[in-house]
Design a binder for this molecule. Structure first.
Ligand code: GLN
Length: 192
């Protein structure tokens, strides 16, 4: 199993650490040729406009779109924004996932928070039914999802924070920061 982490900006090293602890071979993706032979790709959190502009600058945007047609991609936070089709403003997007995003939906950096989420799909990974401790850092919300998209987790008030469309996964929080590797294992199953 070989998984790439888009390593242009943001929390890619943290994803790499979790993947390597699970025995996955990790490739830092900075150029189109780095996508060759990967089973899947993680787009980390960070700053979505910066990630999109850097991807354009390194001629990665179109190769990423092609890769995402047939391979698993997981976007966390800024990565989820970049994966989406619509953020209600002009910025470079991959436009692969039929979700609409509201950036910075919870306010500023100081309004970052942590919460225990119920994520039923993780029961396939670990049958022990424990909540997933989720860290939201100037996080986006998944405002709405298209027909082929499954909601994986919501806040108590119903706002969507994790969704899946076939081989594409989006989480508005940061599973690479909490020492719980269930989402990474879930993604490995998707990438198989
Ligand atoms: N606020 C960032 C953005 O809009 C996302 C923050 C994050 O990835 N933790 O791109």
């Amino acid at each position: 199993m070989k998984i790439g982490v888009l390593a242009l900006q943001g929390a890619f090293a943290e994803h790499q650490t979790v993947l390597e602890s699970l025995g996955v071979e990790v490739v830092q993706v900075r150029l189109p040729q780095h996508l060759a032979g990967l089973n899947g790709l993680i787009i980390p959190g960070g700053e979505s406009t910066t990630i999109g502009k850097l991807a354009d600058a390194f001629d990665l945007t179109q190769p990423l779109r092609l890769f995402g047609r047939e391979h698993a991609i997981w976007g966390t936070c800024a990565g989820a924004i970049y994966l989406s089709q619509n953020v209600g403003r002009a910025q470079p997007l991959l436009g692969l996932m039929d979700i609409t995003i509201e950036r910075n939906a919870f306010g500023r950096q100081v309004d970052s928070f942590e919460v225990d989420l119920s994520v039923p799909c993780l029961l396939n990974i670990d049958p022990e039914d424990k909540p997933f401790h989720a860290v939201f850092i100037r996080a986006p919300l998944i405002e709405s999802v298209g027909k082929g998209v499954e909601v994986l987790a919501s806040l108590d008030d119903g706002r969507i924070v994790a969704a899946q469309q076939g081989h594409l996964l989006a989480t508005s929080f940061h599973p690479e920061l909490t020492g719980d590797d269930r989402f990474h294992r879930y993604f490995m199953e998707m990438a198989k």
